[in-house]
Design a binder for this molecule. Structure first.
Ligand SMILES: C[S@@+](CC[C@H](N)C(=O)[O-])C[C@H]1O[C@@H](n2cnc3c(N)ncnc32)[C@H](O)[C@@H]1O
Length: 258
C-alpha cells in the first residue's frame, strides 16, 4: 500500500506529539509563550529567554521606524523559524491586520501553528517545500514558476532575518522577484544578509570571515555590487542600508518598489 502525503503528515504529527510528552516545547517569559531553547534558530544568540524575546521586540521597533509598520499592516515573514518576530509583534503591538509566516522547516511551522495562532488569530503559518541544503535538503528546487500562495500587492512589509544569509543567489533572485509582486506600491522589504565590498560575487562559508562556518550554507556572502544588481533586476531599490549591524555581522537592507 502507498502512503499518501496526508498519512505521512499524520504520522509526523503523532511522532512530534509523543516527543513533546517527554521534552517540553514551550517556556514562558514576561507573559509570552516562547519555544524551548532546542527549538530556536540563531545559534547561541537567542538561547537566553530575554535575548530571544527582546531581539524580536527590537526588530519590530526597527520595522516601525524604518518601514512604517503599525497595527494595520499586513506582514509577510519569510523564514519565520519558531516565531521570533511574530512573538515580538504580539508583545509590542498586540496584533497586526494580517501576519503570514513562511518557512521550509516543518517543525518550526508546526510549533508556530500550535502555540501562536490559537491565541493570535491574525497570525497564520505556512510551510513551503523549497529545497535548502541546510534547512530542507529534501525539498524541491525552485522553478521559474515559483509563486507564494498570496495575491498581488497584498503585503505592506516583507521581513527576512538571517534567511538570505543561508540561500544561494538563484533562490534569492526568485524570492526578490516574488516580493515585487507581493508588495503594495508603498511597501517595504526588510532583510539581513552578508554583503561586503571587494569580495567575489557569491561565496559559501568564506574562510577567515567573522567566524568558523560549519556545514552547508552556514554563511552565504555576496558582493555589494552583485547584491545590488539582484535587487535592481527585481525592480526594487535599496532605500536604507546599515552595514554589519545585525547578528554575526550581517547587514540590514530596506527595499522598496522602483
Ligand atoms: C537562521 S534561521 C532565522 C529564523 C528567523 N528569521 C529568526 O530570525 O529567528 C533561517 C530560517 O530560514 C528558513 N529558510 C531557509 N531557506 C528558506 C526558504 N527558501 N524559504 C523560506 N524559509 C527558508 C529556515 O528554515 C530557518 O527557519
Amino acid at each position: 500500500m502507498h502512503e499518501t502525503p496526508f498519512c505521512m503528515t499524520v504520522i509526523a504529527t503523532l511522532k512530534r506529539r509523543v516527543r513533546a510528552v517527554f521534552r517540553p516545547e514551550t517556556t514562558r517569559h514576561r507573559n509570552c509563550i516562547l519555544p524551548e531553547k532546542n527549538l530556536r534558530f540563531g545559534g547561541v544568540h537567542f538561547l537566553d529567554d530575554e535575548a530571544f524575546l527582546s531581539a524580536g521586540e527590537r526588530d519590530v521597533r526597527k520595522l516601525q521606524q524604518w518601514c512604517g509598520l503599525n497595527a494595520q499592516s499586513a506582514v509577510l515573514d519569510i523564514g519565520c523559524g519558531t516565531g521570533r518576530l511574530a512573538i515580538g509583534l504580539t508583545s509590542v503591538l498586540g496584533a497586526v491586520r494580517n501576519y503570514r509566516g513562511i518557512d521550509v522547516n516543518e517543525t518550526a511551522i508546526d510549533w508556530c501553528s500550535r502555540f501562536i495562532t490559537p491565541q493570535h488569530p491574525a497570525f497564520h503559518f505556512h510551510r513551503i517545500n523549497i529545497r535548502n541544503e541546510r534547512y530542507n535538503p529534501q525539498g524541491q528546487n525552485i522553478s521559474a514558476e515559483f509563486r507564494l500562495p498570496f495575491e498581488d500587492a497584498s503585503f505592506d512589509v516583507i521581513h527576512l532575518y538571517s534567511v538570505f544569509s543561508h540561500m544561494r543567489s538563484a533562490d534569492v533572485r526568485a524570492y526578490l522577484q516574488e516580493f515585487r509582486r507581493l508588495l503594495t506600491p508603498a511597501g517595504f522589504v526588510f532583510l539581513t544578509a552578508f554583503v561586503e565590498t571587494d569580495v567575489p560575487d557569491e561565496q559559501e562559508n568564506p574562510a577567515d570571515y567573522r567566524r568558523q562556518w560549519k556545514g552547508a550554507l552556514h554563511c552565504v556572502r555576496f558582493a555589494s555590487s552583485f547584491f545590488t544588481r539582484l535587487v535592481e533586476e527585481a525592480h526594487l531599490r535599496i532605500v536604507r542600508h546599515s552595514h554589519n549591524s545585525e547578528t554575526d555581522g550581517q547587514s540590514a537592507f530596506v527595499l522598496q518598489p522602483h
